[in-house]
Design a protein around this ligand. Structure first.
Ligand SMILES: Cc1cc2nc3c(=O)[nH]c(=O)nc-3n(C[C@H](O)[C@H](O)[C@H](O)COP(=O)(O)OP(=O)(O)OC[C@H]3O[C@@H](n4cnc5c(N)ncnc54)[C@H](O)[C@@H]3O)c2cc1C
Length: 415
C-alpha cells in the first residue's frame, strides 16, 4: 500500500477518517475450528501459519486488550541463536532464518536489522562456556567467533579496556547473524497477514476459563460468552498458569517482572547489540537514537508489571563500568512486563493431558526472537496433533520424566 505525502497530510488532519483498516473487526462467532488465546506475537503468528500452512479456515485469536500489548510490545527485541543446548540452537537458528524473510513473507516491514551481537567476557569460566558454544554452533552452521579485547573495541569504540576496572574484559564473542526488529510491527504484520487469510482477530475479549468435557477441551468461556472449539491453544505469557488452572492443569511456571529502559536519543554511536552476561545487562541503540537497556528479572514472583529500582541501578552500573563515557547520558523512561518462566529457562510448546488443548508459554525473557518459529511450530502441533520436529524438546512431559533442559544461555540471572 502506498501513500503520497498529500494523502498522509490529509489523513493526519482528518483523524485518519479514510485510512483503510489493517485488519477487520469481525463479530465473534459461537464456534471455531481452533481458538488461539492471546494476541501477542506467538498467538498471531500461530494463527497466520495455521491458515497458511494447514488451511484451517475458521480460526480466531482472542485478545483481552489490544494486539501486541503484552510482552511483545515491551521487550528489547534482541534476536539471536547463541544458546547452550543443541535443540535450542537449532530452534533459534531456524527462527533467524525465518526473520530474514519475514518482511517479504508478511508484506510488512518488521525492520529486521541483522547488526550482530557482541558478548563481553569477564571471567575464565565464561570464556570456557563461549568456546564450547562456538564449537557447537559451528557444527550446525551458526556463525559465532571469539574476539580479542582489541577486536571487540574496534566494534565498540567507547569500550574501556583498562586493566584496573573491577572485571576487565578478557575476550568477546561475536554472533553476526543476531539483530533486532520492530516489536509492534511484528504483531501488526502477522495480524494483517492472518486477517487476509480469514482469521478472526477479536480484541477486548478476555478468556476467563478453558472448558473441558472429561478428557478433552470443548471451548472457552469469555467476557463475551462461550466460544466452542475442538482445539484451543494458550499463548498468554504470564497468565498461562491462571488460565491452565481453569482446565485443572498445574504448570511449572512462575511469573516475574522484567524491566527495560531507554536513554535520551543520542547520535548514532552503536551499531551492534552489546551483552554483558556476567553483570546481566545488555543494550543496543534504536533507530531513534535511544539506548535500549535491559537487565535481569526481579528475583521474586509477582504479577505487577513494574520492576524494582535495584535492577535499574545494577544494570546501569554494569553498563557504566565498561562504558564510562556514557555516564552523563540521561534516562528517558522505564517500563516492565510480566514474564512467564519455567525453572529450566526453556519454554513449553506442547500438547497437554487435555485432548485438543495446547500451550505456547514459558517464553520468559527470550520469546520475541522465537515468534516466527514458535508460531510455525504451534500451528503444526494444533493442526496435526504431533510436535514440530524442531520443538520436540519443548514438551510439557519433560518435567514428568525428569528431563528439564536447563538452558543457561536463555536468560541472564535465573540460574
Ligand atoms: C522487558 C522485557 C525485555 C525482553 N527482551 C527480549 C529480547 O530482547 N528478546 C527476546 O527474544 N525476548 C525478550 N523478551 C521476552 C518477550 O517479550 C516474550 O517472551 C514474548 O513477547 C512473548 O510473546 P507472547 O506472544 O507469548 O506473549 P505476549 O506478547 O505477552 O502476549 C500474550 C497476550 O495474551 C493476552 N492475554 C493474557 N491473558 C489473556 C486472557 N485470559 N484472554 C485473552 N488474552 C489474554 C495478553 O493481553 C497479551 O497480549 C522481553 C520481555 C520483557 C518484558
Amino acid at each position: 500500500m502506498r501513500y503520497s505525502f498529500l494523502s498522509l497530510a490529509r489523513n493526519a488532519l482528518t483523524g485518519h477518517a479514510d485510512w483503510p483498516r489493517a485488519w477487520r473487526d469481525p463479530p465473534l462467532q459461537q464456534r471455531y475450528d481452533a481458538v488461539i488465546v492471546g494476541g501477542g506475537g506467538h498467538g498471531l503468528a500461530t494463527a497466520y501459519y495455521l491458515a497458511k500452512h494447514h488451511g484451517l479456515a475458521r480460526v480466531a485469536v482472542l485478545e483481552r486488550s489490544w494486539l501486541g500489548g503484552g510482552n511483545t510490545a515491551r521487550n528489547t527485541v534482541t534476536i539471536r541463536a547463541n544458546y547452550l543446548r543443541e535443540p535450542s540452537m537449532r530452534f533459534y537458528a531456524e527462527s533467524i532464518r525465518l526473520w530474514e524473510g519475514l518482511s517479504q513473507e508478511l508484506n510488512y516491514n518488521v525492520m529486521f536489522s541483522q547488526r550482530g551481537q557482541i558478548d563481553l567476557i569477564q571471567s575464565w569460566a565464561k570464556l570456557r562456556d563461549v568456546k564450547r558454544r562456538q564449537a557447537s554452533l559451528r557444527l550446525i552452521g551458526v556463525p559465532f567467533d571469539i574476539l580479542t579485547p582489541q577486536e571487540a573495541q574496534a566494534k565498540l569504540p567507547l569500550l574501556d579496556l583498562a586493566a584496573s576496572i573491577r572485571l576487565p574484559v578478557l575476550a568477546a564473542s561475536w554472533h553476526p547473524t543476531a539483530g533486532v526488529a520492530r516489536h509492534d510491527a511484528v504483531a501488526w504484520g502477522y495480524a494483517r497477514a492472518a486477517d487476509a487469510r480469514g482469521v478472526d482477530i477479536i480484541q477486548n475479549c478476555e478468556v476467563t476459563a478453558v472448558r473441558r468435557d472429561g478428557g478433552r477441551v470443548v471451548g472457552v468461556e469469555t467476557t463475551r460468552g462461550f466460544v466452542a472449539a475442538p482445539k484451543v491453544a494458550l499463548a498468554v505469557a504470564a497468565h498461562a498458569g491462571v488460565l491452565a488452572a481453569t482446565a485443572d492443569l498445574r504448570l511449572p511456571i512462575e511469573t516475574v517482572p522484567l524491566q527495560a529502559f531507554v536513554s535520551e536519543p543520542l547520535k548514532p554511536m552503536l551499531d551492534v547489540v552489546v551483552n554483558i552476561p556476567h553483570l546481566a545487562t545488555y543494550f543496543s541503540q534504536s533507530d531513534k537514537g535511544e539506548l535500549v537497556i535491559g537487565g535481569g528479572a526481579d528475583g521474586y514472583p509477582s504479577y505487577a508489571a513494574r520492576g524494582s529500582f535495584g535492577v535499574v541501578e545494577e544494570s546501569v552500573g554494569a553498563m557504566l563500568s565498561l562504558f564510562p563515557a556514557l555516564k552523563r547520558v540521561r534516562m528517558l523512561r522505564q517500563w516492565a512486563g510480566s514474564i512467564d518462566l519455567c525453572h529450566d529457562i526453556t519454554p513449553i510448546l506442547s500438547a497437554t493431558p487435555v485432548e485438543g488443548l495446547s500451550l505456547s508459554v514459558g517464553w520468559g525473557s527470550g520469546g520475541f526472537k522465537a515468534i516466527p518459529i514458535g508460531g510455525m511450530a504451534l500451528a503444526h502441533l494444533v493442526a496435526t496433533g504431533t510436535p514440530h520436529p524442531l520443538a520436540v524438546h519443548l514438551s510439557l512431559a519433560r518435567f514428568d520424566g525428569g528431563r528439564p533442559l536447563f538452558e543457561t544461555a536463555g536468560a541472564s540471572n535465573r540460574i
